[in-house]
Design a protein around this ligand. Structure first.
Ligand code: HEC
Length: 177
């Protein structure tokens, strides 16, 4: 067989193309590109955005409705998060935070013998169910500079449960909204 120079060049080009294609194929077979199920590096903002979605879904349920289906028993469990700073029994001691007997419907920052921050006492008004809900969602947002260094209960259902629990620690609680 005799090839012209042009034919040799043609074969060389084809061969080169085949080698490049072939290595690419082999490379792809050896190294599988996995789709990761979740980000290898967790991105804070993204997770927050996702849990934010759940919050929004729950926020669609009006607070009154959450309260109507709340459970004081579940609220007692939630209150474990508060018990390091608060007592709830009648005549109970003030700890880091004030005793909470009768707080529902009472005056804001109104417990005798507790030194409130001016941030909270400056807000004024009553602890309506709605105010308690707002305060417990984010104490710092409700009363900027409050001494209650607690991040807040993100879930509306937890807030409703614990508020119902507080309502039971009362001589004469206001009617549910
Ligand atoms: C780290 C301690 C701490 C934790 C935990 C905490 N609190 Fe408080 N709480 C305080 C302090 C301190 C105040 C007084 C705030 C001020 O004067 O600014 C307060 C105030 C309050 C008040 C207002 C009382 C009034 O007389 O006006 C309510 C209601 C309350 N807390 C409920 C709760 C509930 C419910 C939880 C749990 C979900 C909780 N707190 C968790 C320390 C805490």
């Amino acid at each position: 067989m005799h090839f012209s120079n042009w034919e040799k060049v043609g074969f060389a080009v084809l061969l080169a193309a085949w080698v490049i294609w072939g290595t690419n194929k082999i490379g792809n077979t050896l190294v599988h590109a996995h789709e990761l199920k979740e980000n290898a590096f967790k991105i804070e903002g993204v997770e927050k955005a996702e849990s934010g979605k759940a919050d929004k879904a729950e926020a669609a349920v009006p607070f009154g409705q959450l309260l109507a289906s709340a459970s004081a028993e579940a609220g007692a469990a939630v209150f474990k998060k508060c018990a390091s700073c608060h007592t709830t029994e009648k005549g109970g001691a003030n700890k880091v935070g004030p005793n909470l007997w009768g707080v529902v419907g009472g005056k804001l920052a109104g417990h005798d013998g507790f030194k409130y921050s001016s941030a909270l006492s400056g807000v004024g008004g009553q602890w309506s169910y709605e105010n308690l809900d707002k305060f417990l969602a984010s104490p710092a947002a409700f009363a900027k500079g409050t001494k209650m260094t607690f991040a807040g209960l993100k879930k509306g259902s937890e807030r409703a449960n614990v508020i119902l629990y507080l309502r039971q620690h009362h001589d004469n609680p206001p009617p549910l909204p």
